[in-house]
Design a protein around this ligand. Structure first.
Ligand code: AMP
Length: 552
């Protein structure tokens, strides 16, 4: 396909505003793209290489201005191009405003011609350009780009400039390309979507859709060494998660950076969330994986920076390691990193994207020796108190909090859905008076484990909920020592406590309730601390609870 034809179509797509018309125009373009279909499917989104590739053009705006200036003629320099950009606001318009060599040829008017640039040629030149490296590579890049611009009509130059700077801006995103592929080659959108998720290569998916139809798309599988997009989480609450699912999978939320591990049985490659290859900067993760795995696999997880005691450091430290290209050994000495695997997408030729989380975790456990410390902690429970305990343990260990996941959910690359939820931090806390308690069970029969919480009211105190406390036995013992002397009555496991001790409590929401005297219930209440600095007179009142409930 002539690049002029591509540019003409791109201009027509840009002029459309309705989504359906845009999809139809892109589908038409795909239908006539011939052997350039793969390239066209990328170019139309302003992409030069498949999304899973680490390859980049690495062309800064200034380099592009220089190439344009050179093609524009003797009295134009990069500063002049930049000034024109400030005036016109968009590089395509600037490139189209100069008379390049391509305008003089007949080809420009006919939309192509003997000297016309083809789509394939643009792709080849840009690939060469991406490969230029080392001393003099900037000059080579300018030369190559100049060579292309010099043969461009204004319309071609408009889209070449935008492509080079990866800002196509004609209203075509991944969703448009997906729908256009389905429409052009009469295959189900779902099959295209799945193939895109698995391959991360819209060009290849378009070609397979055209040549092999739906069955070809279904045959596209994950490949070790080719990263997929990470599944993402949205904010959520424990109460909603437990209402939506029978049980929740609970994991620690590590404060680091996402890393996908690809092990082909011999070599390890690591990819960041943007699918950049970060293998070289993270040698200790490579070593860990080489030791831990004995079969090819793709793992998803988080890399966390740790101090000398193994305690987590702020995530900025990890990013510093990611960016480190030279002197990696020295960087490694300064800040060590650790990998925590929380998912498994592929094992030894078998893709697990459609396997429920619960089973993916089993596969992960089976893959990595238990003592290797690679697999992150994982629980399943329907008990909010247990979740509160896990959250406290996560925070105590210096992590960010917890993730809640539907144990039955599949792995959906690139999707931010309700199947993974990061628990929102509490906005407010309440200071509540302890007015009752319950003895624990089994091993914990000698300690008080659950405490009744009240706020001040006109009648004295009104209950708002119960909170389970303590992750460790020591914590429970010290609270028991504190509160047992205040017991005024016992009824089985329950005791009444003289209102003297104040707990600071976190919660997700305040709900109207008939269970408690206040008429409200705290959802997912969590013990944070004993307020030693205040007595019951300093505790929160029912009117504050009413105000907080009204302002939610
Ligand atoms: P956020 O960046 O706040 O949207 O939170 C989502 C991110 O948390 C993910 O992209 C991961 O990088 C990170 N994360 C840490 N621990 C986990 C975990 N156990 N499961 C999933 N994501 C996690």
């Amino acid at each position: 396909m002539e690049f002029a034809t591509f540019a003409e179509r791109a201009a027509a797509i840009e002029a459309e505003s309705a989504d359906t018309e845009i999809v139809a125009a892109v589908a038409d373009l795909f239908a006539v793209a011939g052997e350039d279909l793969g390239t066209v499917a990328r170019f139309v989104q302003g992409r030069v290489f498949p999304a899973h590739e680490s390859r980049t053009l690495d062309i800064g705006p200034r380099l592009c201005y220089e190439a344009i200036a050179r093609a524009a003629g003797r009295n134009v320099d990069a500063d002049a191009v930049e000034r024109r950009l400030a005036d016109r606001g968009e590089i395509g318009a600037v490139a189209a405003s100069y008379d390049f060599g391509g305008q003089q040829g007949l080809g420009a008017f006919a939309g192509g011609g003997p000297d016309g640039v083809t789509v394939a040629e643009v792709a080849d030149r840009l690939a060469e350009l991406a490969a230029a490296d080392g001393d003099g590579s900037q000059a080579t890049k300018v030369d190559t780009l100049f060579g292309l611009f010099n043969r461009c009509s204004p319309q071609e130059a408009r889209f070449l400039a935008r492509l080079v700077l990866e800002e196509m801006r004609i209203g075509v995103g991944e969703g448009t390309v997906r729908d256009a592929t389905a429409a052009a080659f009469d295959v189900p959108v779902e099959a295209v979507e799945r193939a895109l998720q698995v391959s991360n290569d819209c060009g290849r998916v378009a070609v397979v859709a055209r040549e092999q139809g739906e069955s070809g798309l279904d045959g596209i599988a994950l490949a070790v060494g080719r990263p997929v997009k990470a599944m993402l989480a949205q904010a959520g609450t424990v109460t909603d998660a437990l209402a939506d699912w029978d049980r929740a999978a609970v994991e620690w939320k590590y404060d680091g950076a996402r890393v996908q591990v690809h092990y082909d049985g011999a070599d390890v490659r690591l990819f960041s969330r943007n699918m950049e290859d970060v293998t070289d900067p993270l040698p200790e993760v490579v070593e860990t994986i080489e030791t831990a795995l004995d079969r090819p696999a793709i793992l998803d997880g988080e890399v966390v920076a740790v101090d000398d005691d193994g305690d987590p450091l702020p995530f900025q430290e990890v990013l510093r390691r990611f960016r480190r290209k030279h002197d990696v050994a020295r960087a490694r000495e300064a800040v060590a990193v650790r990998f925590h695997a929380f998912d498994c997408l592929h094992v030894d030729g078998e893709d697990l994207l459609d396997t429920p989380l619960e089973q993916r975790r089993e596969r992960l456990d089976g893959l990595v020796p238990a003592d290797s410390d690679v697999v992150s902690a994982y629980w399943q429970t329907d008990d909010p108190d247990r979740i509160a305990e896990i959250e406290r343990a996560a925070l105590d260990a210096g992590h960010e909090g917890i993730m809640l996941k539907d144990p039955e959910s599949t792995y959906t690359p690139g999707k931010r859905g309700k199947n993974w939820r990061k628990r929102k931090p509490d906005v407010e806390t309440l200071d509540c008076v302890v007015t009752g308690a319950e003895w624990g069970e089994g091993r914990r029969a000698n300690v008080l484990g659950t405490f009744e919480l009240s706020v001040r009211s006109d009648e004295g105190y009104a209950t708002v909920g119960n909170v389970a406390t303590g992750v460790t036995d020591a914590e429970l013992e010290s609270l028991t020592e504190r509160i047992e002397p205040l017991v005024t009555a016992e009824d089985g496991q329950s005791v009444t406590v003289s209102p003297e001790v104040v707990f600071e409590v976190g919660y997700e929401e305040i709900q109207p309730s008939t269970t408690y005297e206040s008429g409200y219930a705290l959802r997912f209440p969590r013990f944070l601390a004993v307020r030693d600095d205040t007595g019951p007179a300093g505790a929160d009142s029912l009117s504050r609870v009413e105000r907080l409930a009204a302002s939610q």
